[in-house]
Design a protein around this ligand. Structure first.
Ligand code: BGC
Length: 393
């Protein structure tokens, strides 16, 4: 009876959260744009190669970051006099390849691509190269081809490190800078780990950064991945699906946490997954908030639904990757190529796509806890305070 009551309470919480914008904790991956998309890289005036068509291929509109990325790239390029064909592929690989074929046929002079599957574009890119079309991999590396000219992204390994540090901090094991605390609790703490889509090159970087950081705490017994599911293949969630994450968490709760074992934290690499995980946890009566015993759950992207959850003391943290700066960087690189110049890279070692090391520009990332929302997200005009309160942009 008691257990049924707890489940019902969990469902009630989940439902009331759903009323704020979608299904489950903080809603499904919501759309929307940040309060200000900024003038990403726009230099104003007439740029070299002005008037040229640029194809911008984004993976999906189910996660708001890609909507923000697409809009920011498009508006900055248009401001500088370029024509832009912006397309979203609904997370469907054939749709993305068809969109790229169409962009090339239309006469695009440059392609900016955030791929769905980083290995699925080889023939499109061969075609592009044969026509002298430059290709910029946007946020996600394109693998297995010589025909990718540049990569603009955030420091993906650093994202994973930051997520693991946020988990350790949330468990009271380290301070905010990742330094072990002398008065830290001994544990052991049970945790579970999740990874992103196996066909997205970033997913492994996030996972490796996270696991390398957690490793010493696992080795000395402070942290225990109780399910025993520790390899990338066991914990990856195809297409970054929120429902897939909820399902896996529900399975873990049933397989591993019904005999009284307590779950203390979950390493989650993306806000959408985090909301699925939180829905599963609340569904068995955990929480509903951190101060009521909800396990520490990390995230990424500062999606508005998750920022609200952080503000409400439900999700512990997210990693903020300011899409305005990535868009600005991609536009800068695009304009350099279109003017016949070589864009500046700040990493020429890390991103080997299996055929070559792709020159890369890496941007830094910021961890956001509840107390950072004002400075990082509101003062920077990424969101308004009202959007944070509502959980909808
Ligand atoms: C991006 C993340 C995002 C994820 C899911 C990754 O490639 O780097 O920012 O959370 O895709 O959309």
């Amino acid at each position: 009876m008691r257990r049924i009551g707890m489940v019902a309470a969990g469902i009630a919480v989940a439902l009331s959260l759903a009323a704020c914008g979608g299904t489950g904790a903080g809603g499904a991956n919501g759309g929307g744009t940040p309060a200000a998309t900024g003038s990403a890289g726009a230099t104003g005036g007439t740029a070299a190669g002005a008037g040229a068509l640029v194809g911008v291929a984004m993976p999906t509109q189910t996660s708001e970051r890609w909507i923000n990325d697409g809009n920011a790239v498009k508006s900055a390029l248009e401001k500088d006099g370029y024509k832009v064909d912006l397309k979203y592929a609904n997370d469907d690989i054939p749709t993305q390849t068809q969109q790229l074929d169409a962009m090339i046929t239309e006469g695009a002079k440059l392609l900016i691509i955030a791929s769905i599957d980083g290995t699925a574009l080889t023939s499109q890119l061969e075609n592009a190269a044969s026509k002298g079309i430059k290709v910029i991999a946007y946020d996600r590396l394109i693998n297995g081809t010589p025909n990718v000219d540049f990569y603009t992204t955030f420091d993906n390994y650093a994202v994973g490190v930051a997520q693991a540090n946020a988990l350790l901090y949330g468990l009271g094991l380290t301070d905010k800078d990742g330094k072990a605390k002398t008065d830290a609790p001994k544990g052991p703490f049970n945790i579970e780990v999740f990874a992103g889509s196996p066909d997205d090159n970033n997913a492994k970087f996030f996972f490796n950064g996270g696991m390398d950081t957690l490793k010493p705490f696992i080795a000395n017994g402070t942290l225990v991945i109780k399910s025993g599911q520790t390899s990338f293949d066991q914990v990856a969630i195809l297409r970054w699906s929120q429902d897939g994450a909820q399902q896996r968490m529900e399975n873990l709760l049933t397989s591993t946490y019904t005999g009284g074992a307590k779950l203390a934290g979950v390493l989650s690499p993306f806000d959408g997954l985090s909301r699925g995980i939180i829905t599963a946890l609340q569904g068995v009566g955990m929480g509903p908030t951190l101060d009521k015993g909800l396990p520490v759950v990390t995230g990424q992207d500062a999606e508005i639904a998750s920022v609200k959850l952080i503000n409400d003391g439900v999700q512990s943290s997210t990693i903020f990757k300011d899409t305005r700066t990535l868009a600005a960087q991609a536009v800068k690189v695009a304009e350099a190529f279109l003017a016949g110049n070589t864009p500046e890279a700040n990493d020429t070692k890390t991103y080997n796509n299996g055929v070559k090391v792709v020159p890369t520009y890496l941007l830094p990332v910021v961890t956001v806890y509840k107390e950072d929302i004002q400075k990082q997200l509101i003062d920077s005009k990424y969101y308004t305070a009202a959007q944070v309160a509502a959980g909808v942009a």
